[in-house]
Ligand binder design. Structure first.
Ligand SMILES: Nc1nc2c(ncn2[C@@H]2O[C@H](COP(=O)(O)OP(=O)(O)OP(=O)(O)O)[C@@H](O)[C@H]2O)c(=O)[nH]1
Ligand SMILES: [Mg+2]
Length: 239
């Protein structure tokens, strides 16, 4: 997929401040410092779109970026950052959980895991929480340039072993490096396929023919990726 435009839309502190739900969204989540903002930049082709930092807990709001005027990438704050003040931490966590559970145009979540680490409890619990809540996700093992291919493979196998205990069907698994751009076409392929499937299901025209929301009449169609899901119970969050 060619990305011809990548534009920052806004930063939202909570679900109510998020933009309209006309465009399908693809969100990045994972532990602080796992490489969410870097991956978003790599996919968009704009190195300075989302802000990257070696300091964990850098992204503190829900950040929206519009691609090709027709879909959005969403950079979420990381979980598991111990140094965020307790009060602020619960505010971030609530906003992220609200977004993941209730955003009707959320098409796919990219759950990022550091490929250099053996399975971490918080990642395992978070992925289980996504599954329990029927939130559609794929697993993306990041920073593959930092370790050997054998380490990546061993850590992925160990992770999938752990989740196969409760998972009926394993999620799709990808690897990536924001440094070498490894994984870019595969992950853009996930986005392309998800949007095509969504359009086929809703009988909408192909993506190129989608009219940007600003050109739609006030009664324009709303992209309702998860209309059938409605509000779900909120099992205790692990993070
Ligand atoms: N070598 C290498 N470093 C990476 C890669 N991706 C990210 N980094 C580095 O890891 C650090 C964290 O990257 P970010 O993209 O800011 O991570 P994040 O998950 O958005 O972090 P928070 O916003 O703090 O939750 C930065 O120093 C990046 O340069 C990668 O693929 N390879
Ligand atoms: Mg970030």
């Amino acid at each position: 997929m060619n990305i011809s435009s990548a534009i920052f839309d806004r930063s939202a502190p909570d679900l109510d401040s998020c933009p309209d739900e006309f465009l399908p969204e693809f969100a990045f989540i994972g532990r602080s410092n796992v490489g969410k903002s870097s991956l978003l930049n790599m996919l968009s082709g704009k190195g300075d779109l989302a802000r990257v930092s070696a300091t964990p807990g850098f992204t503190k709001l829900i950040n929206f970026f519009t691609m090709n005027k027709t879909w959005r990438l969403v950079d979420l704050p990381g979980y598991g950052f111990a140094y965020v003040a307790r009060k602020d931490k619960s505010q971030f966590d609530q906003a992220v959980a609200d977004y993941l559970e209730h955003r009707t145009n959320l098409c796919r979540v990219f759950a990022l895991i550091d490929s250099g680490l053996p399975p971490q409890k918080i990642d395992l619990e978070f992925v289980e929480w996504l599954a329990i809540n029927s939130i559609p996700f794929v697993l993306v093992f990041t920073k593959t340039d930092k370790v050997t291919p054998t380490t990546v493979r061993t850590n992925i196998e160990a992770f999938t072993d752990r989740i196969s205990g409760w998972s009926v069907k394993l999620p799709e698994i990808f690897t990536c490096s924001a440094t070498t751009r490894h994984g870019r076409s595969e992950l853009l392929g996930v986005i392309e396929e998800a949007m095509a499937a969504e359009q086929a299901e809703s009988g909408q025209p192909p993506q190129d023919a989608v009219i940007p929301p600003e050109d739609l009449p006030a009664t324009g169609r709303r992209v309702s990726v998860r209309e059938t899901r409605g509000r779900r119970p909120n099992p205790a969050r692990p993070w």
